[in-house]
Design a binder for this molecule. Structure first.
Ligand code: TRP
Length: 450
C-alpha cells in the first residue's frame, strides 16, 4: 500500500473537507432549488435529511476510507468485487459534474470581470444575464477560462497555496455573506421572501421537493461520489469522525442558508416575488445579486469582493472534483496520470461546451424537457448519487457490517448517534432512496405529474 500522508491535525481534515464541500453548491445551487421547490418546505426537508441521512452516509464513507486506508475504488475492490460498479459510478459522477460546474464557474469569473470594469448597473438590468448566456462565444470562453484556471492550479504546483488562501478567505466569505444577507432582508418588501424561505408551507410540498432536497444534500456535502473515502483514508486514528462530520455539516449548511437569505428575499424586494423569477433555476443568483449590489452604496466593491470569494470557494471544490476524476481514472482503468488528465480534459471540453452552448447555439437541444446543463445535473444528482448512496448502504450493512464501522469510529471517541446510525443505514435510508429514485424517474418520464 502506498504511504498516505496524514492530515497534520484534526482541523486539517475539517478544513479540507469543508473546502471541498463549500462551493457553488451552497451559493449558486441551494438558493435556486429552495426558491423553486417551495421555500421553507424545501429548507425543512433539507435540514432533516442533512442531520439524518447526510450525517450517516458521510460517517460511513469517511470511516470506510479510514478503515481501508484506500480511496473509493480501492476500498470497494478490497471489500467486495461485486461492488466494483460503485467504483465506476465514482468515476462517472465527478466526470459529469466537473464540466458543468466549470460552466457556472465561468459565469462567476465573467461577473467578477464585469464588476472590476465597473459594469455594476448594466449587470443589474433584466436582459443582461439571458443575453450573456445566449451568446455562445462568450459562454464558451468564460467556461474555458475557469477550466484553465483549475488546470493551472493543479499543474502549476500552486494547489496548496490556493487552498491556503481559500481557507483564509472562507471566514471573509461568511462575514460578507452575513452583511449582504442583512442588507437583502431589510429591503422594502423583502420580508415576504424571508417568510417564504424560512417558514414551511405544505401547500408547496411535492415529491420533487424531496428529490431535489436529497440531490442537493449529496451534492453539497460531496457525498456518494467517492471523495469522502479519500479524505477518510488520510485521517489519523485519533480524529473524532463524528464531531468532525458535524462541524463540516454545520459550516456547509450555514453558508447555504446565508446564500438563501441573500438571494431569495431579493426576488421579493426587487422583482415583486415574481413566480417566474423564483423558478429561474440556474440563473437565479446571477439575476438577483446584481440588483442587490446595484442598489447599495459601494455596490461595485461588494460585487468584486463577493464574486472573488465565490470564485475561490468554487476553485477549491473544482480542484477536488477534478482530482477525484483523474485519480479514479488512474485506479479504475490503470491509466498513467498524464493519460488520465488528458482524458479528463477532453471530456471536460466536450461536456462543458455542450452545457455552455445549451443556452445559445445548442438551445434547441432539449432532452426529457431539460437543457443540457440541467440534464447533466439531473443525471448525477437525482439518479447516480442516490444509486451510489443506496449501494453504500448495502455495502455497509451486508458486506462490511455495521459493527465494524462503529468500531472504527469508536477507536477515537464514543459514537453518540450509533442507534440512529444503525436504523438509518439498515432501514430508513434504503427504503427512502428507492422511493425517491422511483419518483424522480417517474417524474421525468411523465408517468406521474408532480
Ligand atoms: N460540494 C461541492 C459544492 O457544494 C460540489 C461537489 C460535488 C464536490 N461533488 C464534489 C466537490 C466532489 C468536491 C468533490 O459546490
Amino acid at each position: 500500500m502506498k504511504d498516505r500522508s496524514n492530515f497534520s491535525n484534526k482541523l486539517g481534515f475539517v478544513l479540507a473537507a469543508a473546502g471541498s464541500a463549500v462551493g457553488l453548491g451552497n451559493i449558486w445551487r441551494f438558493p435556486y432549488l429552495a426558491a423553486q421547490y417551495g421555500g421553507g418546505t424545501f429548507l425543512l426537508i433539507y435540514l432533516i435529511l442533512a442531520v439524518t441521512f447526510g450525517f450517516t452516509l458521510m460517517i460511513a464513507e469517511i470511516s470506510l476510507g479510514r478503515k481501508t486506508g484506500l480511496s473509493a475504488i480501492g476500498a470497494f475492490r478490497s471489500l467486495d468485487k461485486r461492488f466494483n460498479f460503485l467504483g465506476i459510478l465514482a468515476v462517472i459522477v465527478p466526470v459529469i459534474i466537473f464540466p458543468y460546474y466549470s460552466v457556472i464557474g465561468g459565469w462567476v469569473v465573467k461577473y467578477l470581470f464585469e464588476y472590476l470594469r465597473g459594469s455594476t448597473s448594466a449587470l443589474a438590468e433584466d436582459g443582461y444575464f439571458p443575453g450573456f448566456i445566449a451568446d455562445s462565444a462568450q459562454a464558451e470562453i468564460w467556461f474555458l477560462l475557469f477550466g484553465l484556471m483549475v488546470a493551472a492550479v493543479l499543474f502549476g504546483g500552486v494547489k496548496q497555496g490556493v487552498e491556503r488562501v481559500a481557507k483564509v478567505m472562507m471566514p471573509l466569505l461568511v462575514v460578507l455573506a452575513v452583511f449582504v444577507a442583512c442588507y437583502s432582508v431589510t429591503r422594502p418588501g423583502a420580508l415576504e421572501g424571508v417568510k417564504y424561505f424560512l417558514i414551511p408551507n405544505f401547500a408547496n410540498f411535492s415529491w420533487m421537493t424531496v428529490v431535489a432536497a436529497m440531490g442537493q444534500m449529496f451534492y453539497s456535502l460531496s457525498i456518494a461520489m467517492g471523495i469522502l473515502y479519500t479524505y477518510g483514508s488520510y485521517i489519523k486514528k485519533d480524529v473524532d469522525i463524528e464531531k468532525s462530520t458535524k462541524q463540516v455539516e454545520i459550516f456547509d449548511t450555514a453558508i447555504a442558508m446565508l446564500a438563501g437569505l441573500m438571494i431569495i428575499p431579493a426576488v421579493f424586494a426587487f422583482s415583486g416575488g415574481d413566480p417566474d423569477t423564483l423558478k429561474a433555476g440556474p440563473s437565479l443568483m446571477f439575476i438577483t445579486l446584481p440588483k442587490v449590489f446595484a442598489s447599495m452604496g459601494f455596490g461595485t466593491g461588494a460585487g468584486i469582493l463577493f464574486f472573488l470569494l465565490v470564485l475561490l470557494a468554487a476553485l477549491t471544490s473544482a480542484i477536488s472534483l477534478a482530482e477525484s476524476g483523474v485519480s479514479t481514472f488512474e485506479d479504475q482503468f490503470g491509466l498513467s496520470r498524464r493519460k488520465s488528465a488528458l482524458l479528463m480534459g477532453a471530456v471536460i471540453v466536450l461536456f462543458g461546451s455542450a452545457s455552455a452552448l445549451g443556452f445559445g447555439a445548442l438551445d434547441f437541444v432539449s432532452l426529457l424537457g431539460m437543457s443540457i446543463l440541467d440534464l447533466f445535473d439531473f443525471l448525477t444528482n437525482s439518479l447516480m448519487m442516490p444509486l451510489a448512496a443506496l449501494s453504500t448502504c448495502i455495502l455497509v450493512t451486508r458486506v462490511v457490517g455495521l459493527d465494524k464501522i462503529s468500531k472504527e469510529i469508536e477507536q477515537s471517541s464514543r459514537f453518540k448517534r450509533k442507534k440512529m446510525y444503525y436504523v438509518f443505514m439498515k432501514y430508513l435510508a434504503p427504503v427512502c432512496i428507492v422511493i425517491i429514485l422511483f419518483s424522480s424517474i417517474a417524474n421525468v418520464m411523465g408517468w406521474i405529474a408532480m
